[in-house]
Write a protein that binds this ligand. Structure first.
Ligand SMILES: NC(=O)c1ccc[n+]([C@@H]2O[C@H](COP(=O)([O-])OP(=O)(O)OC[C@H]3O[C@@H](n4cnc5c(N)ncnc54)[C@H](O)[C@@H]3O)[C@@H](O)[C@H]2O)c1
Length: 468
């Protein structure tokens, strides 16, 4: 297993720890706060509930998480070190000096800094400088894939590529920021929106809630899947991007916005914003809001995954990299996963239609196992389900881990009969069973026909093993 050291385990360090651990890395943490284990435990609990919901495949075995009294101890054996201490340059400098004195010669080091440039962080670090880059993530780090990877002229292409490879392997999207600038790319965009929002509140034009509504009911939804430029391209209609710029370009000179003008953070403005925010969201605890945020993110990202778009496309690619062939056990374990939030009814139980999905996914795994995979279907052969009988035996809730064990009860000629047992992972209770009858068909004639010999042989061998 790979090892990561997390130096600074607050909101961001805790999120990194959770993502690495759930992606199978051993995690070694240093944070001087005596409360850090409890705080990171809370982030880990959120992550453990939601991150696996994004995936339809088994997750890697979770790594161990250990706490250490010094940086020197935490970085032992680390392949990656992620610094997430408070945003003060002197503190970052002393932290990196200690990391440099103790880390192995091949380890790569990422800094979560929101604003500093990598060359500011690389000063006086000797050979570590070439292996240190900004790796700026977004909260919650365990769900959002973006990480701005900002190297300086001191980093070699080899180190940059190695860093990208590690970040991709834990399901992230490393956006290579090619020129180092203060606050990278995304925080610059966010800062201009934030500045404008402060003016709107200060000038009494809109409340915090009205501003949030202007984002979440409109352009926020567009941004999540197309970003800024692609959205505007579409807005330009058939005439396209040039037309859009001709139409809206002149107003940048009027200007509509307050640009670099910054409102003073007077006590009155702070009280106004905090008061409006309390009225808007004070009824919910931060924990409640985190759960709401995470569940909504999971549902949005799963919807994008279904469309193969934006962050959803990334999830599909990462999931494919995690996919392993089924182990040849009797019965076959065809599903091992977590019930995602978008599979449940208002009462929090898994919707009955989703059991059909679970068993259909299970039989698809079995099909791939006997060679009736995507290539086989593309070549014109497939199995169609002719009959399904599901028995619902116990409640299944969002966030519960489950497995499906599948037996081939008939595998002769064009016929397959499968018996699936879905069990809760925590206590092995049977949640549902499914008896399924499938027929092999030619996609050309749309009629039943025998499978190709290699699939027939594999199926018969499996049926024999399961009968025995
Ligand atoms: N909060 C965000 O949304 C966000 C997003 C991206 C990046 N960042 C960046 O991540 C970094 C951390 O921010 P945060 O929001 O997690 O802050 P935080 O205050 O939640 O966490 C900082 C942690 O560092 C610990 N710490 C203090 N001194 C330390 C030391 N000498 N060695 C090790 N740990 C020490 C603190 O105990 C605390 O747990 C900052 O550089 C920030 O700019 C923050």
């Amino acid at each position: 297993m790979n090892t990561v050291a997390i130096v600074g385990g607050g909101v961001i360090g805790g999120g990194w720890a959770a993502r690495f651990a759930l992606m199978g890395w051993n995690v070694r943490i240093f944070d001087p706060d005596p409360e850090s284990e409890r705080k990171i435990g809370a982030v880990m609990a959120n992550a453990r509930r939601t991150l696996p919901m994004l995936y339809d495949t088994p997750m890697p075995t979770c790594g161990t998480v250990t706490y250490h009294a010094t940086i020197a101890e935490a970085v032992q054996g680390a392949r990656w070190v992620q610094e997430s201490v408070p945003e003060r340059l002197s503190l970052k400098a002393s932290t990196f000096a200690e990391i440099a004195a103790n880390v192995g010669p091949d380890a790569l080091v990422g800094s979560s800094t929101s604003g500093f440039k990598p060359s500011q962080l690389q000063e006086n670090l000797g050979s570590l400088a070439a292996r240190l880059m900004v790796a700026h993530p977004f909260n919650p780090v365990y769900l959002l894939p973006l990480v701005e990877l900002v190297p300086s002229a001191r980093n070699t292409a080899e180190h940059i590529d190695a860093a990208k490879e590690i970040l991709v392997s834990i399901g992230m999207y490393p956006l290579h920021v090619r020129a180092e600038i203060d606050a990278h790319i995304a925080d610059r965009l966010l800062e201009s929106v934030w500045r404008e929002a402060l003016w709107l509140v200060k000038d009494g034009i809109a409340t915090t809630e009205e501003i949030d509504n202007s984002i979440r009911y409109g352009f926020g939804l567009r941004w999540a899947q197309m970003g800024l430029f692609e959205t505007y391209r579409v807005a330009g209609g058939e005439a396209g991007m040039k037309h859009f710029m001709a139409q809206f370009g002149p107003c940048l000179h009027w200007p509509w916005s307050r640009l670099t003008d910054v409102p003073d953070f007077t006590n009155d403005l702070v009280d106004l914003i905090a008061g409006q925010s309390d009225a808007q969201s004070g009824h919910a605890s931060i924990r409640d809001l985190e759960v709401l945020r995470d569940d909504n993110l999971v549902a949005l990202m799963r919807a994008l995954k279904q469309q193969g778009a934006a962050a959803g496309k990334l999830l599909i690619d990462h999931e494919n990299s995690l996919r392993m062939p089924l182990a040849d056990t009797v019965p076959l374990i065809t599903q091992s996963r977590i019930v995602p939030v978008d599979w449940t009814d208002v009462n929090g139980h898994m919707n009955e239609g989703r059991y059909g999905q679970v068993f259909s996914d299970a039989s698809e795994e079995l099909m791939a196992h006997i060679g009736a995979d995507r290539a086989y279907v593309t070549a014109g052969h497939s199995y169609f389900t002719a009959e399904t009988t599901i028995r619902y035996l116990a409640e299944t809730l969002a966030g519960e881990a489950f497995t499906v064990a599948t037996r081939v009860t008939l595998g002769e000629g064009k016929k397959i009969r499968l018996f699936h047992e879905m069990r809760r992972a925590a206590d092995a209770e049977i949640l549902a069973t499914c008896d399924q009858f499938l027929l092999h068909v030619s996609l050309e004639s749309r009629r039943s026909c025998p499978p190709l010999p290699q699939v027939a042989a594999r199926l018969e061998a499996l049926a024999q093993a399961h009968r025995d």
